[in-house]
Design a protein around this ligand. Structure first.
Ligand code: AMP
Length: 562
């Protein structure tokens, strides 16, 4: 879509400066559509998937309301989980980097009260937290709501699914009249619309609609990789299958600079392309890329606009884009003119939600792949050298080198030694210093997603037959996944239990990390839920006095074979 630049959204200079430092080149659609009405003081309902950039869409307007000289909470953000609360606070600090003395604090259940009390006492302008614990603080009067100018509900649908309805109602009822309300939700449902009706005044509804489109000629896969391991993994993939031309997409100019620098330091013919470069420099870089003098071009979406080169073998989403449209544009750079193309995505943690919304958008599944080990890469390099030598031996004549060879033989070196020395020189010339990454030592914990995806290079395993991943609240066919333990709960459909109540009870009472639950299956008089094995004890311990539908229940490891 044609988005206006950040500078046209009405944001003050101190926020534009922070955006510039972060390297965001253009607003995502939800940002472009939400920021102007929010700055104008309107209540908002933003319907947009996770990963669409919605945090900045509300944090930026919220920060314009904060007076850092006043020590009171002025912005309240309700989030479903502690992870999200911490993440939102991080974004507040990044976007508010030019606001001297700005304090944001996360407030969530399961963490010691005293630290939160101290943070609130010391003065937090932006308070971000889960509804239960926020309400605790309101009741204890450690959180004063009287000066709150904006309240934001992030992932409202999820908070309702987790059973926070009463807490949210009670909290919002205590926020002063006249405050601005922003609701963000991935979906609209009766619960969410009831909340909006109760607490918003003539809100502007912004919906990011996504028309689905498919791209059939591009082979798409993803790797689970931490930010700090990305360059190493990128190098390994490149070395396993050296492309002629590859495009590497990053979301920010800063990420482009860092990635390009790392690749150049590792000896790749890489260059960068981003919006801060003059037209002349960009054209020069593009020319070198087209001619093959540069093999790897690291770029932002804006810079790659209009890039018209047919021979790109592979596109990397070094950072997953926030807008699925951008994903399509990016991967549409490969697989052109009847060629086959490959798109590789780097995904970690919460990116998985963004990947899922991209999958829904393109109506295709993106295959998970395993990171090649350093040994596999080394073996592949040896193969490449072997093939090249073999080809040369079969086609070449070496008369011109006879003299050098004779001299070496005369000095007593055997033909095998000479060949060995040459191969080792070739290996050194082509070999790059690889580094150990955390992913080598401990495979990424099998999330529901990773456990279910197929592993093309590995023998067929149990986990490959598992069903496709789902978000925690889905309850698909009951096959247990590796790393998960099935728990029995002594209540089921007859007692009125629904999957979302189990999810809500577990996240709240057992204080589980975000999105860790597996399948939930409901039976008439009992239910089964898969939880990560390492959290079983925590769940059993912390849910001892919990209730479901107002009643106590029994929870135990399921003894029946799955
Ligand atoms: P969110 O949907 O708010 O969780 O954001 C997803 C990610 O996109 C976060 O890492 C943000 O820092 C990043 N992001 C948000 N807006 C932009 C933007 N306009 N350009 C590039 N990255 C962004």
């Amino acid at each position: 879509m044609n988005t206006p630049p950040f500078s046209e959204l009405g944001l003050p200079d101190f926020l534009l400066a922070a955006i510039h430092t972060l390297g965001f080149e253009q607003p995502s659609p939800i940002q472009a559509m939400s920021i102007p009405p929010a700055l104008a003081g309107r209540d908002l309902v933003g319907l947009s998937a996770t990963g669409s950039g919605k945090t900045a869409a509300y944090v930026l307007p919220a920060l314009t309301l904060v007076d850092t000289k006043s020590p009171w909470p002025q912005v309240l953000v309700l989030c479903p989980t502690r992870e999200l609360s911490v993440q939102v606070c991080g974004e507040v600090h990044l976007l508010g980097a030019k606001m001297r003395g700005l304090h944001a604090t996360p407030i969530y259940g399961g963490a010691p009260m005293d630290r939160q009390l101290r943070a609130l006492r010391e003065g937090a302008h932006v308070v971000v937290g889960t509804p239960g614990r926020l309400l605790d603080h309101l009741r204890r009067r450690s959180l004063d709501p009287s000066r709150i100018r904006m309240a934001i509900l992030d992932e409202a649908d999820r908070m309702l699914d987790m059973g926070f309805k009463e807490e949210m109602d009670e909290l919002l009822a205590q926020i002063p009249a006249g405050r601005q309300m922003l609701f963000f939700s991935a979906t609209m449902n009766p619960g969410v619309s009831r909340l909006i009706r109760s607490f918003a005044k003539e809100p502007e509804v912004i919906e990011i609609k996504q028309k689905s489109r498919t791209v059939s000629t591009v082979d798409q896969s993803y790797f689970e990789v931490r930010q700090r391991s990305k360059v190493e993994v990128l190098s390994r993939i490149l070395d396993m299958n050296p492309p002629r031309l590859a495009l590497v997409f990053c979301n920010t100019k800063r990420s482009v600079d860092e990635c390009a620098e790392d690749l150049i330091n590792r000896g790749y013919a890489a260059d960068r392309l981003h919006g801060d470069m003059s037209q002349m420099m960009r054209e020069r870089t593009l020319k070198r890329f087209r001619e093959g003098a540069v093999e790897l071009l690291v770029a932002t979406d804006v810079a790659a606009r209009g890039l018209d080169i047919d021979e790109i073998d592979i596109v990397f989403n070094y950072d997953l884009p926030t807008d699925p449209e951008d994903y399509l544009h990016r991967i549409g750079r490969t697989g052109r003119a009847g060629r086959s193309g490959r798109a590789v995505n780097f995904v970690y943690g919460r990116d998985i939600y963004r990947l899922q919304s991209i999958e829904r958008f393109i109506r295709q599944t993106i295959r998970r792949e395993h990171i090649p080990s350093a040994e596999q890469v080394e073996g592949r390099r040896a193969d490449i050298i072997f093939d090249a030598l073999k080809e040369r031996l079969e086609s070449g004549k070496f008369d011109a080198y006879q003299e050098s060879i004779d001299r070496l033989l005369e000095q007593g070196h055997t033909p095998t030694d000479i060949a060995g020395a040459l191969v080792s020189m070739l290996r050194e010339a082509s070999g790059r210093e690889g580094s150990q990454i955390e992913e080598d030592r401990q495979p990424v914990r099998p999330t529901r997603r990773s456990a279910s995806a197929s592993a093309p290079h590995e023998p067929r395993r149990e986990m490959e037959r598992a069903p496709r991943s789902r978000l925690p609240r889905d309850h698909g066919p009951a096959r247990q996944e590796p790393g998960m333990t099935r728990l029995f709960i002594s209540m089921g459909k007859t007692q009125g239990v629904m999957a979302k109540e189990i999810v809500g009870m577990l996240y709240r009472q057992a204080e589980l990390p975000d999105a860790c639950l597996g399948k939930i299956t409901l039976f008439p008089n009992h239910s089964l839920v898969d939880v990560p094995s390492e959290l079983v004890e925590q769940v059993m311990h912390r849910t001892r006095s919990a209730r479901l539908c107002g009643r106590p229940f029994r929870i135990d490891v399921d003894r029946m074979p799955g």
